[in-house]
Design a protein around this ligand. Sequence first.
Ligand SMILES: *Cc1c(COP(=O)(O)O)cnc(C)c1O
Length: 478
Amino acid sequence: MKIERLLKQLHALEKQSRRLEPSISNRKDWNQATQQYADQFLDNIEERNAYDVPPEEMVDLLAIEETPKAMPELLNWLDQVVDRTGLNPASGGHFGYIPGGGVFPSALGDYLAAVSNRYAGVFFANPGAVRMENQLIRWMCKMMGYPETSLGNLTSGGSLANLIAITTAREKKGLRSGMVDKAVIYLSEQVHHCVQKAIRIAGLGEATIRYIPLDERFRLRPDALEETLKADVATGLQPFLVVASAGTTDTGAIDPLDAIADLAQAYDLWFHVDAAYGGFFMMVEEFKAAFKGIEKSDSLAIDPHKGLFIAYGSGAVLIKDVRAQFDAHYYQANYMQDALDMQEELSPADLSPELTKHFRGLRMWLPLQLYGLAPFRAALAEKIYLCRYFYEKVQELGFEVGPYPELSVMIFRCVPESGDADAFNEQLVRRVREDGRVFLSSTMINGAYWIRMAVLSFRAHLREIDLCLEILEREMLD
Ligand SMILES: *Cc1c(COP(=O)(O)O)cnc(C)c1O
């Protein structure tokens, strides 16, 4: 009778659990409502603010409860509480941090990847998906001048990409815990903070970190690096890793990669390049020369959710010695034994901390295929020229500027005739945000407050730059 009771329970549970599979008409309704919402968002994107000051009082969250809610209610909540408050990274007026925008087909890629829920972690489970992801990685490797044998991993962003590279470097260089306090890591003063974060997470927090001084354009000085290396070797320390940037977040500076590569080779350092922001400018022939030497690096981080305008959640690490990456990440599990028979392609699960993962290749592959490369190239060149245009125009308004933009990020500030310049610029940024049509962020350079102009949203065109100039002019006069 045990079985009969069990069957009765099963029937009851199945009736409930089958509700997780929507009926066709249910699915159509949800699809339609979602699509309508997305269309409404995009149809008015130019009118939407780049920033909406969040309301003072906390909004009520929708309770997570037993009973279902209807899609319109949920979308309405999303609209009010999420999509109309704070920063709007989809706006072409977003000039803060490092924008990107999020091209529409990457949303469709995510949708399809989630609908079929294909598993892209292990080659055996889905050869097509893993081949596609590895193809994307190899495409980027080729762009960077890496050999065909290189690979890497599609990550959630630049932070994880840097972490995988640094972990790989640690393993390849055989850095055991007892040796960490003798190891030396060389960074630029303008290094992105996620590199320091990765160093600590990778267990290298006790290594010595040398911040190499910069030249007048905020680039790491190879002569200073060499001096420091010599001194460290002389005192019995172990130079281990040097991280350079191909496009710093603050000012868009590209470190002299070629000279750093030579030093890395001479001193047997792992050479990692953080190209999270700047990497994709390599797609434009005209700007490639500035990256000379990037091909000599051991690893690099690059963010498709920046320079390729993919929606947030797309980074990549490229590693020349893929064997080292594999050795640093691979584990075998008994329940994974079926997967071992097929090793035609290396699997993401063996090259990263992830096992079950989002099929994130699709969100990058679909836009590249649907658009072809030409509009991406054009958009990247456009962003550099827009930044140069802004560089000229903002000076006409009376602003001081930092170095001439090598890429599409630059700094500027106003020095008023009297009063505290930092406070003045801080207030200016706040007022631009309150206006909301464009968004600017700021940074501290050598103790002074600077406003940043970061042009990388694919929706940023001349109209948006002129709008920004117009707002700055008005706010400055007020
Ligand atoms: C954005 C950025 C990062 C961090 O990448 P995430 O994708 O935000 O994790 C690292 N380095 C540089 C130079 C960046 O611009």
